[in-house]
Ligand binder design. Structure first.
Ligand code: ZN
Ligand code: ZN
Length: 131
């Protein structure tokens, strides 16, 4: 596990009040600031969430903020750049085909059939309209 010390949270007063408000919670958990792999923003992995994760048996920290997690859960997040998620949720199966326009690699979410042209993302976006 890699532990990254947060350099931004060096205000002692801030930390003190934080500790005070979290006094009632079992002190094996503390709020953590994590960076979302999807949107790159920092978010707080709260003690409540940590307890929730622990109760579910998860040992990994969330790699996404609550917004992005909610977006993923609702099914439609078109991104998915370079394979980063290991076994977290299900991944949409993608098929690789040859782009009919530029001859490059086209990744499509459906099984390509020989009688239909397949376009890569770029060529598809360049098309004025699709029929
Ligand atoms: Zn995010
Ligand atoms: Zn193309």
């Amino acid at each position: 596990m890699v532990y990254v010390p947060s350099t931004s949270e060096s205000d002692p007063e801030k930390l003190k009040t934080k500790l005070k408000t979290r006094r009632l919670v079992r002190n094996m958990y503390t709020d953590e600031t994590l960076t979302c792999v999807d949107c790159g923003r920092q978010f707080t992995f709260t003690t409540g969430e940590q307890e929730f994760f622990a109760s579910k048996g998860f040992t990994n920290k969330p790699s996404r903020c609550t917004d992005c997690r909610a977006a993923r859960k609702s099914g439609r997040s078109g991104s998915g750049g370079g394979g980063g998620g290991e076994g977290y949720g299900r991944q949409r199966e993608m098929f690789t085909a040859t782009c009919s326009q530029c001859g490059g690699v086209a990744e499509v979410p459906f099984q390509p059939r020989g009688d239909k042209p397949v376009y890569c993302r770029d060529c598809f976006a360049q098309r004025p309209s699709y029929r």
